[in-house]
Design a protein around this ligand. Structure first.
Ligand code: GLN
Ligand code: ZN
Length: 803
């Protein structure tokens, strides 16, 4: 391990940097290494070798792309699983049930223990997982109490700094900051009444201080502490408490530890505090500027800084202007971005550097990993991108390039990068005029919409018409849509995608699967049947592949949580439906049964939330375009005789803005786009929606606003709590609280399901209650769902008899 103390001079901040880089690997090397370790095919040494190779390749690549190898421009942002879990490990702050996993000799938790905290063991539940700010990344929620051990326990951060240094690159270690770490933690079960994790701030800060000392001792010139808690007001911590915590934490870390001077090595590296995912309004910048940290990174893509005059304290600091979007895939107009950097001048920062708005964790690695072809994209799952898109896109590596160009412009003047500025403006301009980006017919249709297009008739009339048409028993039973995706289904789809299976054979294979699923549902005695979604790879990608205006990537993987990655489609142009998408599958299903069949679609908000969206128009306009395409699909389903249509919106809450002041506007357009999709139907057609969660928080009022005839939600784990909550929020249409927790392989007994159902009918008019699982069944096995659904139907019959 290198320990030469090179921090003898106060370091200048890099001219250009990124706040973090994807860590899963260009070919998901980390995923593969971690999963083979979990499966026992490799051991901890193999894992460490694979991860070390990936880390070294990454820092060298960042240097090759133009970041400075010597000044801390290159972030050290690796993680085996999650950056919040990394802090838990660093502090040894694991819940009591996992404390035996800590190595008694050195306080470390890796690697088995680390993954066990993330994934659970036997009866010991893992840490909960939840969304990281407004991204689709999920972090693990630390559990903290008065008695949680907190110290600088695991030194992996220091080892990784030394490892990169040995590979010739001086990195800037990146950690979630102490305030955000605690603000995102929850009180552990053993915490006393009224305890908040922030009560442990002093202990956490003391541990960070030790960590900073250790980093200084190995010569790290910079460290980055991410404090995105400062950009949101929707955490359960009041702003004044958060601000007091920031003051206290950085007084200790920045003022309390000596920074390097020109003559002397410091006790700590210079500190960059980063505030990604939004603006630091109203006074977060002033707050940070008043501390003794050396640099502050602000998000100038989602946020802005009103440059009204000098900010006290900023004159001694570097302001890192986050002008390159770390959270979306579009190439920047570099000239426009430079104008944003220049506009910061009145703030009076000591220096201005250029950065990304967020870590690049949220975008794929490299546009050049995609196959571009002049031919039209192939069949489902095809791997070619329209060649025009290459010019318009910037994934992580391209964004590093943008940062370095902008940094040169800032330090050497715009003329030094005139060619790059022109090229970027041309690329952005070509996007504006390209065919498909603006489709007049789509625009005209959207412009002609009136309020009537967003509204159905009165619910009472609809309910009566639907009851007459469907003839369902009380407590009707159904499922959420998907049935298990068997290896045979996946094989058939893969073969078809490769062109090895003819269209007709593929269709036959999927129809055979539908037959099987219909037979099973009939045998089980379910009331409203589904086709099982065998033809869908993913509930968003499937629709993206069938709508104009979207592209899908071959290697555009983005970490969702742990080793899980997703490939979000890219929504680049006006959205149109060239042909019906699901109608043949649903109509075929309906031809195989006399029971009602439920058509299955993904809603506009979810399609947007799980895609990269265009940045050249308001999201609400894009949502309405998707809404109109779905409206046409629903009209075709209706014309094909389908009486029930479900439009899934599991991501409705995900796009909720971080600032409360922005939330009403979001709910207006998101709910509006759902209503636009679903309100074209006859009163006798029943519209369902499905939301994957049970804690609605701020969106609870919006659930009613969707105006669906039936809403199914997750409810089994929380024992139906959501039913009275929805009732109290004024919801009074059909409700399907999940009575079978599909997230676990466990099969609930009929008695358990009956008990849950009894809870539900006690809290709301039983005439409104539907009986269904928590979510789709695609991740489960038939051996699990057959008995579970048998019990579900039995429970429905039993409770029905008591009504
Ligand atoms: N209809 C989808 C399914 O059953 C819904 C999935 C979801 O809610 N995430 O798989
Ligand atoms: Zn769900």
């Amino acid at each position: 391990m290198t320990t030469d103390p090179t921090t003898t001079a106060r370091p200048a901040f890099p001219g250009g940097t990124i706040l973090g880089y994807p860590r899963i690997g260009r070919r998901r090397e980390l995923k593969k290494a971690v999963e083979s370790f979990w499966a026992g095919r490799t051991d901890a040494v193999d894992l460490e070798i694979a991860a070390g190779t990936l880390r070294r390749d990454t820092v060298r690549r960042l240097v090759a792309l133009g970041l400075d190898p010597d000044d801390g421009s290159v972030p050290g942002s690796f993680s085996y699983y999650d950056q919040v879990l990394d802090v838990v490990a660093t502090l040894g702050a694991v819940p009591a049930r996992f404390r035996d996993l800590i190595d008694p000799d050195d306080g470390s938790l890796e690697p088995e223990g680390y993954f066990t905290v993330a994934r659970g063991r036997g009866e010991d539940a893992p840490l909960e997982m939840t969304k990281w700010f407004d991204t689709n990344y999920h972090y693990l929620v630390p559990e903290i109490s008065e008695s949680t051990p907190i110290s600088f326990a695991d030194h992996r951060v220091v080892r990784e700094y030394a490892e990169a240094k040995e590979a010739g690159v001086t990195t800037r270690p990146v950690l979630v900051g102490p305030v955000t770490f605690l603000a995102l933690s929850k009180a552990a079960d053993d915490a006393g009444e009224g305890f908040h994790p922030l009560d442990r701030l002093d202990d956490v800060v003391a541990a960070y201080a030790d960590l900073l000392r250790a980093l200084a001792a190995v010569g790290a010139p910079w460290v980055q502490l991410d404090e995105p808690a400062l950009v949101t007001d929707s955490l359960d911590v009041p702003a004044d408490r958060l601000h007091a915590a920031v003051n206290a934490a950085y007084r200790t870390l920045a003022s309390g530890l000596a920074a390097a001077t020109d003559d002397e090595a410091g006790e700590r590296p210079a500190i960059l505090v980063a505030a990604p995912f939004g603006g630091l309004e109203p006074d977060g910048l002033a707050l940070l500027a008043a501390t003794d940290v050396e640099a502050i990174a602000v998000d100038l893509v989602k946020g802005s800084v009103p440059a009204t005059g000098p900010v006290p304290g900023l004159a001694t600091k570097t302001l890192v202007a986050g002008v390159v979007d770390g959270h979306n895939v579009w190439r920047s107009d570099l000239t426009a971005r430079l104008d944003v950097v220049d506009a910061l001048r009145p703030l009076g920062a000591g220096a201005v550097a250029v950065g990304t708005s967020t870590s690049l964790l949220h975008v794929p690695h490299d546009v050049d990993d995609e196959v571009f072809a002049d031919a039209a994209p192939g069949r489902t799952g095809g791997t070619t991108l329209d060649p025009r898109l290459r010019e318009w896109l910037a994934f992580a590596d391209q964004k590093v390039g943008e940062v370095t160009v902008l940094a040169r412009a800032v330090t050497q003047g715009r003329d030094a990068v005139a060619a790059e500025l022109t090229a970027s403006s041309q690329a952005v301009a070509s996007r504006v005029t390209a065919a498909g980006v603006v489709v007049p017919a789509v625009r005209e249709r959207a412009a002609a919409l009136t309020d009537a297009d967003f509204a159905r008739g009165p619910y009472a009339e609809r309910a009566a018409a639907q009851a007459a048409r469907l003839g369902l028993p009380p407590l009707p039973t159904t499922t959420i849509g998907s049935f298990p995706q068997t290896p045979e289904i996946r094989r058939a789809r893969a073969a078809w995608t490769r062109g090895e299976l003819a269209d007709a054979d593929y269709t036959a294979a999927m129809r055979a699967e539908i037959d099987r699923v219909v037979e099973l549902q009939t045998a089980l005695g379910l009331d409203v049947l589904v086709h099982g979604e065998p033809e869908r790879n993913d509930m968003v990608q499937y629709f993206a592949e069938h709508l104009d205006g979207f592209a899908v990537t071959a290697n555009g993987w983005v970490q969702s949580y742990g080793s899980r990655c997703v490939r979000p489609p890219i929504l680049w142009g006006d959205v149109q439906r060239p042909a019906p998408i699901t109608v043949e599958w649903s109509a075929y299903t309906a031809s195989r049964t006399d029971k009602p069949v439920k058509g299955m679609l993904t809603g506009p908000v979810t399609i947007l939330a799980w895609s990269f969206v265009r940045d050249d128009q308001p999201l609400g306009d894009t949502a309405n375009q998707v809404g109109l395409a779905l409206r046409d699909e629903i009209a075709d389903l209706e014309a094909a005789g389908i009486a029930v249509v479900q439009v899934d919106e599991p991501a409705l809450r995900e796009l909720l803005p971080l600032r409360r002041a922005d939330q009403d506007e979001y709910l207006r357009w998101s709910v509006g786009s759902f209503r636009l999709a679903t309100s074209g139907v006859d009163a006798a057609t029943q519209v369902h929606t499905h939301l994957c969660y049970s804690e609605f928080g701020e969106v609870i009022g919006a659930i009613d606003g969707l105006d669906a005839d039936v809403t199914s939600v997750e409810a089994a784990r929380s024992r139906m709590e959501v039913v009275p909550e929805l009732r109290d929020a004024g919801y009074s249409r059909g409700i399907g609280p999940g009575v079978y927790d599909i997230h676990s392989p466990r099969v609930p007994s009929a008695a358990e399901v009956t008990e849950l159902l009894q809870l539900a009918v006690k809290s709301i008019d039983p005439a409104l209650v539907w009986v269904n699982p928590d979510c789709g069944l695609k991740t489960r096995r038939y051996a699990e769902i057959e008995p579970a659904l048998t019990h579900l139907v039995a429970a429905a019959r039993e409770v029905r008899a008591t009504l």
